[in-house]
Design a protein around this ligand. Sequence first.
Ligand code: PLP
Length: 383
Amino acid sequence: MKQAFNQRISSALNQRKQAGLNRSRRVVSQGNQATLVVDGKSYLNFSGNDYLGLASSKELMEAWQEGLSLYGSGSGASPLVTGYSKPHANLESQLAEWLGFDCAILFNSGFSANQAVLFSLLEKGDIVLQDKLNHASLMEAGMLSPAVMKRFKHNNIEHLNNLLNRSSDTPTLVVTEGVFSMDGDLSPLADIAQLTKANDAWLMVDDAHGCGVLGSNGRGCCDVYSITPDILIVTFGKGFGLSGAAVLCNQECGDYLSQFARHHVYSTAMPPAQAHALSHALLMIQQQEWRREKLNELSQQFESELMNFVGAVKTPTPIKPIIIGEATDAMILADSLKEQGLWTTAIRPPTVPVGSARIRVTLSANHSSEDISALTQAINELG
Ligand SMILES: Cc1ncc(COP(=O)(O)O)c(C=O)c1O
């Protein structure tokens, strides 16, 4: 019987390799900078999510070091035991005030925050409606939850409306991302918020890629559309340059999550020094508008230099997909770019639908105009 696991593992690995979908982990140094190094060779890095360039900022490192000297290394326990300290409480109240919610509850990752909310909120007989392109953490939690999960076509209000009409009196949660991570487009949040309200449903927005980057002061997609969802997820591994996440909601929902969200209750709280550093990252996001301005300039440059490249998609975000089609072709382009010292990632099924393999270029405020030109010139020539 023990053999069954070995067989399962080797057959899954073989299938993945044969389909050309195998991924490999590379040992990367300086992956949080504009130039990364792999096997001694340096590459311009167009693959990270450090949009504002905070991950390697000296100012932020110093804040973390200050946190370490004030609070030590680890939190020592989960939040309901002794792991919840002043820097955690400060960060939660700063986030809540900034984003206009009663409260924030911290998690160690966006993945766990998403799963915790869906698992603790949904019961048998409920309906969860998710955009087809939502992140794996949301899809998986929706599928494994006791609720009935349905997907609506990407950003398709009409389809969502049909599904909402059919759910009538059933408790219904609509879940969408603010910025879609593989496409870089925005969800039509104003329409979705209106629809969910009209149908007495709840709206949850995962703004992992929008918070810090979009909206006034970097408040994210909900600010862009002037909406307040019932639940907002912000993550700290992208615009904030660190890691972790928070769920923003009303006080009672926050009380509920701090009792029943298992990823919060039964998991060691993030190091207090990290919470201290995150409060500083929040300050930098609020005060250093130049980072968003620079990102916008680089974004415009990138799009105008790739204007004639078939497959290059214009987006209002620093995520710039170049749709190639077949997974092997996307790999060939990514490899050719690597040969020229340009690190991009080929995104292939199952992360994106079959036939829409792509190069996902991401821009950072750490890039220079020359970096962008080096990439666009190489793409235009190879194309
Ligand atoms: C939309 C979205 N939500 C959640 C996550 C997970 O966040 P984390 O990396 O903090 O686990 C990601 C990460 O890629 C994401 O793109």
